[in-house]
Design a protein around this ligand. Sequence first.
Ligand SMILES: [Zn+2]
Length: 247
Amino acid sequence: MLPLLLALPLQTFASSDAHWTYQGDNGPDHWGELGGALENAQCAKGHAQSPIDINMQQVQHQKVVADDLHINYERSSLKLANNGHTIQATLDVNNTLTYKGEAYRLLQFHFHTPSEHQFNHQSYPMEMHLVNQGKNGQLLVLSLLIEEGKKNHELAALWEALPRIKGKTAVLNEKTAPDLGKLLPEHSKHAFYQGSLTTPPCTEAVQWVLFEQPIELSHQQIEQFRQLFPDNHRPVQPLNGREVDED
Ligand SMILES: [Zn+2]
């Protein structure tokens, strides 16, 4: 049984499995029409959607300070699942962060290829999203851009366990699971903005925190993911006057 805290907001993820895809008739341009009634209307009608292309010449520096963000991630056992859209890891407790005095708990992380966010029109081979939830159900997603480089040893065991078939799962124990704290770039600036989930139902009021410094995966690791999901990214969405801050 889920703690009461989680029972409601998890619907945000679960309610919209209505046959959406990344290509073709049920692809991103049609997400708003899928499902019953207004289930996914935000995907088409929302004005604060994600991902976005971040113009580094236009980021604002005065509103966020480095002290606003404290991440306390560590190694904790997790369950991996191939849900047909991505590989998603669901975590047990232990991983928390605070942002502007609010506490959040890490619920899950997952991967996209190519990256969903862009910096100055540039996309990356992959992007990792770590989805955190606050006491009142509010969501904060940490984004790590992934570039091709050295083999990522922190993610190596997880990569070997990637479930290849939709519906399949795998478990990583405390020894094999990645230390998420060590995975994060040590000296990175962050970009902050208000957006949405990047998958149906595209729910808004999501706080985004993007590490500007990418992490590395090897060519082989990236190819391994692409064999399972050749393209699972949503295209960039209009900024509509939103402000992007930097610490
Ligand atoms: Zn995502």
